[in-house]
Design a protein around this ligand. Structure first.
Ligand code: KE4
Length: 438
């Protein structure tokens, strides 16, 4: 579509989108509300690059918020999707490929004895909470401020008024009764964790956590905090749910739980929620874990869960092809090297211009803060200078580098990001940091 004037096509598309889609987008973070300006309407993508409606090219560090770990348009993935689509888009009946993908996921995440495929991370998280409640016969759950587990009602909750008090809704339309069983604690706060279990331990069905909080940009749970979450859940008969929708097969082939198991021998969650990478960019997510818990699910057990497109034949082909590529020897080493080069290069560029900055990365996921030290919880993250972040975001965008349009979102590198892409990103960052330091 070419407008009659030389109006930017993104502006024209956004004006048109706003007339028919709330906020012009199908997911709020895409609207650029946090950073201002007009979202880029992407026309196509290939490898590490995306092109917007104006034909402007960007080096892509969103990667669809994590799924595109191989980069866009990987030939093996496209071929698998084409072949699957030609055989049928959806059957509403079991297929062999669902077994193959389940077997692949279990081989990569050995804490999972069984897995159920669904269509989104929200659906996976929501189902895991229901399963934990059904399996334990308890209602209370613990989550942490700053962690996001999808938009199921029980999880749209912010910390209550006092310490270890039950949560209040973060969204209109969520009745207080729905979140009255959700306890919101401070991430990495051992004292609050101890108190919550001391007060409510035997009523807690599950503790759900992001192992590395990509929804606070990039905040690691400390090893001691992780160990204590595991110990207290075990002692009180609560289930530890690891939300690896973002970190799963992204921070390591064996996901974040394999990283923490290096520091905590035998560490394993009871349930794991996955998504993004395992779908390769198509609508596919999963939850799984201990057999005795998973067998509580319908049709075997009393916990109901279902989905028309669960295990969709095209989505499973996309996910399977993706997982088979990333488990090839050397893929993750190369991805982690490139990601580390980016994170370290950004830190060096900021330091050279005297801009307060800290960065961290694991596998193909990275984060950074306009703070002198890495934050350990949500309150510390929110001390970031939002206005300065927005300048950084737009400075990079104008130079063809597309990072997350919000300071609390992580970044993602793919196997397609070349040395030239990283060098170009660092050159752009140096220019922007120079403008920030003025
Ligand atoms: P989805 O329902 O969006 O597939 O997954 C929800 C979800 C669950 N758990 C974690 C740890 C997640 O990060 C997510 C979704 N992540 C966001 C980005 N922070 C998706 C982007 C968006 O909301 O548009």
């Amino acid at each position: 579509m070419k407008p009659s004037t030389d109006l930017d096509l993104n502006d024209a598309l956004m004006a048109r989108a706003r007339r028919v889609i709330p906020g012009g987008v199908n997911s709020p973070v895409r609207a650029f509300r946090a950073v201002g300006g007009t979202p880029r309407f992407i026309a196509r993508a290939q490898g590490a690059h995306m092109w917007d409606a104006n034909g402007q090219r960007y080096i892509d560090y969103i990667g669809s918020w994590g799924p595109m770990i191989l980069g866009h348009g990987h030939p093996a993935v496209l071929e698998a999707v084409r072949r699957a689509a030609a055989e049928g888009l959806s059957f509403g009946a079991p297929t062999e490929r669902e077994i193959e993908l389940a077997e692949e996921i279990l081989s990569l995440v050995p804490s999972m004895d069984m897995v159920r495929l669904v269509s989104s991370g929200t659906e996976a998280g929501m189902s895991a909470i229901r399963l934990a409640r059904g399996a334990t016969g308890r209602s209370k759950i613990i989550k942490f401020e700053g962690c996001y587990h999808g938009h199921a009602d029980a999880l749209l909750v912010k910390a209550g008024s006092g310490l270890a008090t039950f949560g209040n809704p973060t969204s209109a339309g969520v009745p207080a009764e729905v979140v009255q069983h959700t306890l919101v604690l401070e991430y990495n706060n051992l004292a609050q964790l101890e108190e919550a279990f001391a007060l409510h331990g035997d009523d807690i069905a599950a503790l759900i956590m992001e192992p590395i909080a990509g929804n606070m940009n990039f905040v690691r749970a400390t090893v001691e905090f992780t160990r204590r979450c595991r110990e207290l859940c075990t002692r009180h008969g609560a289930l530890l749910i690891y939300d690896e929708v973002m970190t799963g097969c992204r921070v390591a082939l064996g996901s974040a739980q394999s990283v923490y198991a290096r520091h905590i021998p035998g560490f394993a969650p009871d349930l794991t929620v996955m998504g993004k990478v395992i779908g390769g960019g198509m609508p596919l997510a999963a939850f799984g874990g201990r057999r005795d818990v998973m067998e509580q699910l319908a049709p075997l057990g009393p916990v109901y869960q279902a989905g028309t497109l669960s295990g969709n034949p095209v989505a499973t082909a996309c996910g399977l092809a993706t997982l088979r590529e990333i488990r090839k020897p050397g893929f993750f080493d190369a991805l982690a090297h490139q990601t580390r080069r980016l994170a370290e290069g950004l830190s060096a560029a900021a330091a050279a211009e005297g801009v307060p900055f800290s960065a961290d990365c694991e596998g193909g996921m990275f984060g950074f803060f306009l703070l002198p030290e890495l934050p350990r919880n949500y309150a510390q993250v929110m001390k970031s200078d939002g206005a300065r972040f927005n300048q950084l975001f737009h400075g990079l965008l104008a130079r063809g580098v597309y990072i997350a349009p919000a300071l609390y979102e992580a970044g993602f590198v793919s196997g397609a990001h070349s040395d030239e892409d990283i060098d170009a990103t660092l050159a752009a960052a140096r220019e922007v940091f120079r403008s920030l330091s003025i």
